[in-house]
Design a protein. Structure first.
Length: 373
């Protein structure tokens, strides 16, 4: 054929949304095979607890679900090998699927389990992922400065991991020196600090029941004293009163978001240039938002923006339990000031009455009737 190959998309059945990320397809004409590689980003991290149905079809932007129909005989816009729609209700009961992934055989039987005359669709039971051994993958030196390094990696099984560093090609002194533990998870990041300028290091990334990963890096000879540029800070109010905050940095940097003076979000690892955070719902009012970003050398920059929330039903939102520092607090102060002023006036009145009583007693004493003499 001519022109560019068609797009390769993953379709989420729950929402019908499509994505070209996390899925790769390659073909071998000689072996007559098509190989699909699907990322965990598409099928999820909690692999052992799910069953999956991975089906393969042909894309048609005007077809049902953007899939090309499969009928009894092929035509210009349909594939052959299936069945035509039922003659009495016009419904297509055969699956518009070329193949499906199963552990072993059985694909053909499942795809042929429909009955047009009986108005029954094919039943696809899918498969369970086999138990995956612990593996460390995607290890990367994200950022290196004269005195620090940011290192990231992933694991196939959610668990805690560790990283230990030493001078390049020099064995660590013991099992605990310069060793950092990470929290349990599948994505891990560590910032190594207090490194020597212009020095070569190696690191050992370790996880239970997995082979160690070794990485090398050199710290810079140049001391970085320039803070990252903080660009295009923006805040958007969503329909439910949440605030979406976005900004960019000129280099990989950390994240901190403050509402007023209260920190509501923090990412201590300088791994991203594009930053986004969505808050919890806030009540209607005016808010001051500050974002701070620091590079791996600790140079920090910050910027602020003001935003007004005025959404329908927003007055019913319960702000997060942490203080939100809304400028509406001024209104509360104004409401409480008359009460405070009233209390002060009562106190002054009592003081004046006491002084008057004391004055009367002193005058009576001067008339010779003082009982205390």
């Amino acid at each position: 054929g001519t022109g560019e190959p068609g797009a390769v998309l993953a379709v989420q059945s729950e929402t019908g949304s499509t994505s070209s990320r996390g899925i790769d397809v390659s073909g071998d004409i000689d072996a007559k095979t098509i190989t699909f590689t699907v990322s965990k980003d598409v099928i999820g991290d909690d692999i052992p607890n799910y069953r999956y149905i991975v089906v393969i079809g042909s894309q048609d932007g005007f077809g049902t679900g953007k899939w090309r129909d499969v009928d009894a005989s092929p035509s210009t816009w349909t594939l052959g090998g299936g069945s035509d729609p039922a003659s009495d209700d016009g419904i297509d009961y055969d699956p518009n699927i070329i193949d499906m992934i199963l552990n072993g055989s059985g694909q053909e039987a499942m795809l042929s389990s429909y009955d047009v005359d009986g108005h029954e669709y094919a039943k696809l039971t899918g498969f369970e992922m086999p138990e995956i051994p612990q593996q460390i993958f995607g290890a990367s030196i994200e950022t290196v400065t004269s005195s620090s390094a940011v290192i990231t990696w992933s694991t196939t099984v959610s668990d805690s991991t560790s990283i230990q560093f030493a001078l390049a090609d020099v064995q660590p002194v013991d099992s605990s020196t310069n060793r950092v533990e990470t929290a349990s998870g599948t994505d891990h990041a560590v910032t190594l600090t207090e490194l020597d300028v212009g020095t070569a290091y190696w690191v050992f990334i370790q996880a239970d029941d997995a082979d160690d990963i070794i990485l090398y890096f050199n710290t810079s000879n140049v001391v970085d004293e320039t803070a990252p540029e903080l660009l295009n800070l923006d805040a958007e109010v969503l329909e439910d009163g949440r605030i979406q905050v976005t900004w960019y940095t000129s280099e990989s940097a950390t994240e901190e978001v403050l509402i007023g003076t209260t920190s509501i979000h923090e990412d201590a690892f300088a791994t991203k240039k594009n930053h986004q955070f969505v808050t919890e719902p806030y009540a209607n009012g005016e808010y001051s938002i500050t974002v701070r970003s620091a590079d791996a050398s600790g140079n920090m920059n910050e910027s602020s923006i003001s935003i007004t929330i005025a959404v329908e039903g927003g007055d019913g939102n319960t702000n997060p339990t942490t203080p939100n520092d809304s400028t509406n607090q001024t209104d509360e102060d104004d409401k409480s000031s008359p009460m405070s002023s009233g209390i002060v006036q009562i106190g002054l009145l009592i003081t004046v009455l006491v002084l008057l009583v004391a004055f009367v007693r002193v005058r009576n004493g001067q008339d010779g009737d003082d009982k205390w003499n």
